[in-house]
Design a protein around this ligand. Structure first.
Ligand code: CP3
Length: 390
């Protein structure tokens, strides 16, 4: 496989990508003016599939699609400006207009191949009777951490349309705005990772509270995990029904578990979510991310997801081999690389894409963009990535 740039001496081939004019339908959209009159909007509705979906499905693509975890956020000046006006994270992430505006900030500047909803894995918690806040400098705070069977009993089943209608509305608007030029991505937290916040009361270093629960009262933790499983499966279905074209499941802290404990406290619940969603949405790609997952890699495809997202502590070529050829991979450039020189960034992108091989690869970082990352380096990352050709 050779990698080249579109500006180089080799002419890039566009033939493998299905964006022919015949597949674009011109459907006049009816919009209502404030005066009440109806006018025909001459916006073409693009019915071709986004590159990211074609890549996941193993179709012939000209380059790997690219988006970056946490591509909306504090490293962007436009986000910082908006934070001054709206200092509450809950407000920024629970108001349709703000959610749409923030989700579109990186889209407008970098044109990634995936546009992720601006939200948080903790956003559904109040809808399960678990109030929380995210405080600058402190991170997530759960006001009444769960520690007993009685606390688990109080956790209610999540009904997304009732508790987070702004998520559905925002996804629907994003689909129209992005118009299949990129895939609109939804996401949820995995049961174990959600439980770790809810039991620890926030972020944690040693995960001692959730381990105390797991290793002394496993039935109580299993009851909590089952509640999150049922609710998150419903939440994925809700996101897909309202416009998400792929959904990423974040099990960021599952790798705090030993492989045997992962098999007891995370894997069966992830599998149950995937099985439930695949029954109603068989074609919805599901991406699984767990940070530091090197020791668990062979177990991750057992969940049934379509894509495994690797962090940078795994060599991409070795990761591919260990995961098998059926599954697609995402990742896995070290977010710290974005603090490097432009040449260094270019080299690491090339190295990753080469090691991932042709197709079934979504280029991404191995975890979220770090606050303080120079925006121009993010721009460089996208420019290089989008200029690649297999
Ligand atoms: O990728 C994107 O651009 C979408 C936005 C997104 C956020 N959170 C916004 C956010 C996504 C995908 C998440 C997921 C999330 N939230 C995860 C899984 C991903 C991972 O990093 O492993 C986790 C563990 C959380 C919980 C959480 N929320 C943490 C640990 C923090 C950081 C706390 C802090 O004070 O920095 C948050 C807050 C949060 N969520 C921020 C953003 C942009 C930063 C705070 C802010 O912008 O005000």
């Amino acid at each position: 496989m050779s990698i080249m740039y579109s500006g180089g001496c080799s002419v890039p081939s566009f033939s493998s990508i299905s964006v022919s004019n015949s597949s674009r339908q011109r459907l006049p959209n009816r919009i209502i003016c404030s005066a009440g009159a109806s006018v025909a909007e001459r916006k073409a509705v693009n019915t071709s599939e986004p590159l990211l979906l074609n890549a996941v499905r193993g179709k012939d693509v000209e380059r790997p699609p690219v988006w970056l975890m946490r591509q909306a956020g504090r490293y962007m000046k436009s986000y910082q400006t908006l934070c001054e006006k709206h200092p509450s994270f809950r407000e920024r992430s629970e108001n349709v207009d703000l959610v749409v505006e923030i989700s579109l900030q990186p889209w407008k500047v970098f044109k990634p191949d995936g546009v992720i909803l601006f939200s948080d894995i903790l956003t559904p918690l109040p809808g399960m009777n678990i109030p929380f806040d995210i405080v600058k400098g402190k991170g997530p705070i759960i006001f009444d951490p769960v520690s007993s069977a009685a606390d688990v009993d109080k956790v209610t089943e999540f009904t997304p349309e009732e508790w987070v209608p702004y998520v559905g509305e925002a996804l629907t608007i994003l689909r129209k705005e992005v118009n299949n030029e990129a895939a609109v991505l939804g996401f949820v937290g995995a049961p174990f990772t959600l439980a770790s916040y809810v039991v620890e009361g926030g972020s944690s270093k040693h995960f001692s509270k959730i381990k105390r629960l797991a290793f002394s009262q496993p039935k109580v933790l299993h009851a909590l995990l089952q509640k999150f499983t049922t609710s998150m499966a419903k939440y994925i279905q809700y996101q897909a029904d309202n416009g998400a074209q792929a959904v990423q499941i974040f099990d960021s802290w599952a790798t705090e578990l030993s492989p045997a404990d992962f098999e007891e406290f995370s894997l069966p619940y992830l599998k149950q979510i995937v099985d439930t969603v695949k029954q109603t949405h068989p074609n919805l790609p599901l991406i699984l991310y767990a940070s530091g997952s090197g020791g668990l890699l062979e177990r991750l495809p057992l969940t049934g997801v379509d894509v495994v997202s690797l962090d940078w502590t795994v060599d991409m070529a070795e990761g591919r081999k260990r995961l098998g050829t059926d599954i697609a991979v995402q990742g896995n450039v070290d977010p710290g690389v974005l603090f490097g020189s432009k040449d260094f960034i270019t080299n690491r992108i090339n190295d990753t894409v080469k090691k991932a091989g042709k197709g079934k690869h979504i280029l991404n970082l191995g975890h979220g963009i770090v606050v303080g990352t120079p925006e121009e380096n993010v721009a460089h990352f996208f420019e290089v990535a989008k200029g690649l050709r297999y």
